[in-house]
Design a protein around this ligand. Structure first.
Ligand SMILES: NC(=[NH2+])NCCC[C@H](N)C(=O)O
Length: 704
């Protein structure tokens, strides 16, 4: 033994599984055998005593988990960072451990209340003592990591645990001598795995299988070349031995029933001070303000969920609850993340939800120039559908041409900002990067449509979501009401129909909508136009007779013939002009002067002369036609609808109709109250919609 090594243990006299605070304890209440537990514990301690000194702390009644001394805290040099347990059941251990370490002459560091940290269970020094690997996600809060870094003067590397079975870092991660690391990667998130791979060379990483992880093979005590653990598979044993380690197995099944094994039962109390003393942590925090119907709209819950799901953690600094149903609440939230990149990702999602930074912390948006034509700087901020403002030289500037999946370019001289796509970026364009100096303008009162009578409420869009069968009719009423209003006010409705509209017999209803002035733009592809024209010319759609419902001999030829005919005329409009095309959806578009854009694809037959096969041009044509639209009807056309959704700013009502619920969910899931999904046959939908509009028109005439 080259240096004195000491461990603290606690005899299992009062050990038992009395409650459930981790998945291993489930079904094991009062199922441990005191005699066997004692024998197993003795076995472990005997081995330890061969290689190190062992100190004991007395067990205490009512604290059955005190045997797991790894969770007492973390000792480095003569400093002891005392644990603050997350589970209520273990908090009673804190004073006993505190007293013991004080008596041994340690300086005790205590975390602020409500900041959980579970000691060496979640904080493991690499065996050179240079960095401290710290876990979070279940028992220890990320915000505890910077405290530990400062107190103990170490560099802390934060790792996020994602599998509840491996709730403490020491259940899946064990740094070994000579830079080796024994670990189970699946218990940690992708970001953490990347960090490990950056810090530990591949030849030093000993990856453990799930089977070994479940035997607590990572929960090992490493003393020089000895690796002491409960149980290990033959393959892993061989790998450890190849790395120059001697594996010592000592069964600890009684303790695994409580979710702990060799490492958990010990606490190393002679960790030398780190050689290079520098406190360092990549953990970053920012304060945000959130206002609105935080509780009843579920906004706060969503904000906090997304923080945790993205690998961050939060603290609510202030919360003012609105007292009346109509009054809004506000909250100050501190968001922490293991790195600036993760923090930026979380903050930009929070901004999307409407969070803002406190006025005193406001900064200008960070801009970086484009250095390659059509390519944004690496850390560009990606845009959303929501109205956005960026701070330019101390002033908030509204972003023009809002759309999602773009970037924001700022002109600092003119103090203007606009959304654009990668392909339009010019050299030197100043692009917004990171999440500073950006805010989304969201209605704080968007719990429901404000004001108005109950009758109006019934006609309002009832929030994002997919309608149930029963609600289809009510929803169609709402849409009809809106379409009538938009027509009266001279607004624009754009329809994105798929070929199914024709197959399901919806063509005549769509035609009616066009003729009656309810449609102001039509966006689709080659197929629907061909089907519609085939039907107009020959009464079939893809060779199927819509009246009889059966396929016609040589029917597919009809499809090609329709294409050939229009090609012969030069375009759809010319076919109408020449009297070749005399009815149908596209005939009515031409007659009514309703503009349409057809985007081509690889599988198109023909195509029709009107179909735009240059997709960049097609996207531009689409975006021109949706300008100023108030309502967009997406009718069984997934790809074209997704394309439209990407370029549509918030505030435009989207109605997605499809027989396939997955498509509807995909399209209507824009996190905005303006989108609504309807799962139904699109032909039936159009039929119902025209009926409702006719009824409303009837009322109009009566009233006139
Ligand atoms: N360092 C450890 N992993 N300790 C295991 C602790 C087990 C204990 N039953 C708990 O859930 O807290």
């Amino acid at each position: 033994m080259s240096r004195k090594i000491q461990f603290l243990v606690c005899p299992p006299d009062l050990y038992s599984v009395d409650y459930v605070i981790n998945p291993w304890m489930e079904g094991n209440i009062h199922k441990t055998s005191p005699a066997l537990a004692l024998a197993q514990w003795d076995g472990l301690v005997k081995i330890l005593k061969h290689h190190a000194e062992v100190e004991e702390i007395a067990p205490q009644p009512g604290l059955p988990d005190m045997v797991f001394t790894a969770n007492a805290g973390l000792a480095v040099g003569k400093k002891f960072a005392l644990s603050r347990f997350l589970p209520r059941e273990r908090r009673g251990e804190e004073p006993y451990f505190k007293k013991w370490f004080k008596k041994q002459g340690f300086e005790i560091c205590e975390l602020p209340p409500d900041l959980p940290f579970e000691g060496a269970g979640d904080a493991l020094l690499d065996r050179r003592g240079e960095v401290l690997w710290a876990g979070y996600g279940f028992r220890t809060e990320l915000d505890a990591h910077p405290w530990i870094a400062r107190w103990l003067n170490v560099e802390v590397l934060s790792l996020r645990l994602i599998d509840p079975r491996f709730y403490h870092l020491d259940t899946c991660f064990c740094p070994l001598e000579r830079g080796y690391l024994l670990y189970y990667p699946q218990a940690l998130d992708a970001y953490s795995n990347r960090l490990i791979e950056q810090r530990v060379p591949e030849e030093k990483r000993i990856v453990v299988s799930e089977a070994d992880a479940a035997r607590f093979a990572c929960n090992a005590v490493n003393i020089e070349d000895k690796v002491i653990l409960s149980q290990v598979g033959a393959e892993l044993r061989a790998r450890l031995e190849a790395g120059g380690f001697q594996v010592i197995e000592t069964p600890l099944g009684e303790f695994i029933k409580s979710g702990g094994a060799a490492k958990c039962l010990t606490l190393r109390i002679t960790e030398p001070e780190p050689p290079r003393r520098k406190a360092k942590t990549a953990v970053q925090s920012r304060e945000l303000k959130l206002e609105g119907h935080l509780l009843d709209s579920g906004l706060l819950e969503r904000a906090l969920d997304l923080t945790v799901q993205s690998g961050g953690s939060f603290q609510i600094l202030h919360f003012n609850l609105g007292k009346q149903r109509h009054s809004t609440s506000n909250a100050d939230i501190r968001i922490s993340a293991p790195s600036e990149i993760v923090l930026d990702r979380i903050v930009s999602q929070m901004i999307e939800l409407g969070a803002v930074v406190a006025p005193q912390d406001e900064e200008d948006a960070e801009l970086k120039p484009t250095t390659q034509l059509g390519v944004a700087p690496d850390d560009f901020l990606s845009t959303t559908i929501y109205p956005t403002e960026v701070r330019v030289k101390g002033e908030w500037v509204r972003v023009q041409d809002q759309r999602m999946d773009g970037v924001i370019v700022v002109d600092e001289k003119q103090k203007t900002a606009r959304c654009t796509l990668f392909r339009y970026l010019q050299l030197g364009d100043r692009v917004v990067v990171g999440s500073k100096g950006v805010r989304t303008v969201r209605k704080t009162d968007s719990r429901e449509v404000p004001g108005g009578s109950q009758a109006e409420h019934e006609f309002s869009f009832m929030g994002a979501g997919v309608s149930s069968e029963r609600r289809v009719e009510l929803t169609v009423d709402q849409i009809a009401w809106d379409m009538r209003r938009i027509r009266q006010q001279g607004g624009r409705v754009v329809v994105v129909p798929g070929p199914v509209v024709i197959h399901t017999g919806g063509g005549e209803h769509l035609s009616w909508l066009i003729r009656e002035g309810y449609v102001h733009g039509l966006l689709s592809g080659n197929a629907i136009a061909v089907h519609d024209i085939e039907q107009s010319l020959m009464g079939t759609s893809l060779g199927v007779d819509l009246k009889m419902g059966g396929s016609v001999e040589g029917g597919h030829r009809h499809h090609l013939k329709a294409i050939n005919t229009i090609r012969g005329c030069g375009s759809i409009a010319k076919a109408v002009e020449q009297g070749v095309l005399t009815r149908g959806v596209f005939y009515d578009c031409v007659k009514k002067g309703v503009p349409f854009a057809l985007a081509g694809s690889i599988r198109d037959d023909g195509p029709l002369p009107d179909t735009q096969m240059d997709l960049i041009k097609a996207q531009e044509e689409y975006s021109q036609l949706i300008k100023g639209a108030e309502l967009i009807l997406m009718l069984s056309s997934m790809l074209h609808s997704i394309g439209v959704g990407n370029m549509t700013p918030a505030g435009v009502k989207l109605v997605c109709v499809d027989i396939n619920p997955a498509v509807v969910t995909k399209l209507s899931d824009r996190g905005s109250v303006e989108s609504i999904g309807i799962v139904t046959d699109v032909g039936l939908f159009l039929n119902l919609l025209t009926q409702r509009l006719q009824k409303l028109q009837g009322t109009e005439r009566e009233g006139a």
